[in-house]
Design a binder for this molecule. Structure first.
Ligand SMILES: [Zn+2]
Length: 442
């Protein structure tokens, strides 16, 4: 008796990410009601299922949708606004003033729609966001059909979005209440960074995170300057301060972690913390290079992030995978660290684990949501192909992404976004550019 299902995808190769290192050839993924039902050889799948839609991807590799573990999606509207500047000058003289003048719920909604479209087209099916107006960001993610972990952002200082630390948290919780029934949306507490969030604010964040069982997403040890300032003000390095405040746990997603001692790596591992490695942003802002091979060796869970489009300037996890692998080899002097499978793991299951979403996404296992990305290997630049995972990391780019599904719904088909008008988004970005420039560039 054949089982009726929504979708059957045949692929030349399938890389499920779990179990580690497996590459299935000429297999199929069966999908029904948004979930993966089975992975099996094509011939067996043809005998087991009657699909409503049958896709045949004969020259493609099918992987889990990529997970962008750290971004500020709406900053896509500030892409390229101020480049080639040190982080503090970039933030204090350019980004924060521009945000103060222009960021509104509409800015966040439009910017997040632009970012979501860019990410979906590049094979990203889930992003972890930290920005103002989280309700607007969540609404934009829902409209685009992309999975998102939305940050309940907080700072000590007022912004046009919120007046004080309590106001940030109340507004974030209201967003969470409003989006409670959206299956693609989850929430993290997102205190911006140790240098913008005080001890009392961190304590409130920790209490809330425990109450609503949400991860805590925070920038940490991005620059050497941040560490020097913390020693002056608090008497300890930022990570030690977070430890003292009780924030180190499996629910912590530390972003950047460029500057770490051996003891700090051991501390992160002992507490089961996760890190979001953002190699392009760290290089572009000259922050440094995170000790990723040491972190992985110590057993720390590491995912990959693009950071915002103002400091990258792409929301492109194919570039981050390649750069992460190359940097880890270059700085360690060992070509055998951070191989292609490990890079792909970071961009998928590593991110899902950090977000507490690994029962739902991050790998292709029966029972998980059908968050999938197909990469077309029909390009001469991808020929020949001895190892599809090596090609995914070292050769392919996001331009080779052909099809994307989120929760079993097609969002990109044969390189075209579905349900999103690209020309409308380009016009919208131009309207914002006219508002923002040229005064903010001076
Ligand atoms: Zn960031």
């Amino acid at each position: 008796m054949l089982m009726n299902i929504d979708l059957l995808i045949d692929a030349r190769w399938i890389v499920p990410v779990e179990p580690v290192g497996v590459v299935l050839e000429n297999h199929a993924v069966a999908i029904d009601a948004g979930k993966i039902v089975a992975l099996m050889p094509r011939a067996a799948a043809a005998e087991a299922f009657t699909p409503r839609v049958h896709r045949r991807l004969d020259r493609h590799v099918l992987i889990p949708g990529l997970i962008n573990l750290h971004t500020h999606a709406a900053m896509s509207l500030l892409r390229g606004l101020a480049d080639d500047l040190p982080l503090r000058e970039w933030l204090e003289n350019h980004i924060w003033p521009a945000e103060g003048r222009h960021v509104s719920a509409q800015f966040v909604y439009d910017g997040t729609r632009l970012a979501a479209a860019e990410m979906l087209r590049g094979g990203i099916t889930c992003f972890n966001d930290m920005y103002f107006y989280p309700k607007a960001a969540a609404d934009a993610a829902v409209a685009a059909g992309i999975r998102a972990a939305i940050g309940i952002v907080s700072f000590d200082f007022p912004t046009p979005y919120a007046a004080d630390p309590d106001d940030y948290l109340l507004k974030g919780l209201a967003a969470r209440d409003a989006l409670r029934d959206e299956p693609l949306i989850s929430f993290c507490l997102a205190p911006h960074a140790p240098y913008t969030v005080g001890d009392r604010n961190f304590a409130r964040v920790l209490t809330l995170a425990e109450q609503i069982d949400a991860p805590i997403h925070v920038h940490i040890h991005e620059t050497a300057h941040e560490i020097e300032e913390s020693i002056k003000v608090h008497g300890v390095r930022p990570l030690a301060r977070l430890h003292r405040l009780g924030l180190l746990s499996p629910g912590l997603i530390g972003v950047h972690a460029v500057h770490l001692t051996g003891d700090e790596i051991a501390l992160l591992a002992a507490h089961g913390c996760s890190l979001a490695h953002c190699p392009t942003s760290n290089l572009k802002l000259a922050s440094g290079i995170a000790p990723v091979s040491e972190l992985l060796h110590a057993g720390v869970n590491v995912g990959l992030g693009t950071d915002g489009a103002a400091s990258n300037n792409r929301l492109d996890l194919f570039q981050e995978m390649r750069l992460a692998a190359l940097l880890a080899k270059g700085v360690s002097g060992r070509a055998d660290v951070l191989g292609a499978h490990q890079a792909l793991h970071m961009a998928t299951l590593g991110g899902a684990r950090a977000l507490g979403l690994d029962a739902k996404t991050g790998s292709l296992l029966p029972g998980k949501a059908a968050d999938l990305c197909a990469v077309a290997f029909d390009d001469l630049a991808l020929s020949p192909c001895f190892d599809p995972v090596s090609h995914l990391v070292y050769v392919a780019g996001r331009e080779h992404v052909s099809d994307v599904w989120v929760d079993g719904q097609a969002r990109v088909e044969q390189r075209l976004l579905l349900g999103i008008d690209e020309s409308e988004l380009i016009k919208l970005a131009a309207l914002w550019q006219n508002k923002i420039c040229p005064r903010d560039v001076t």
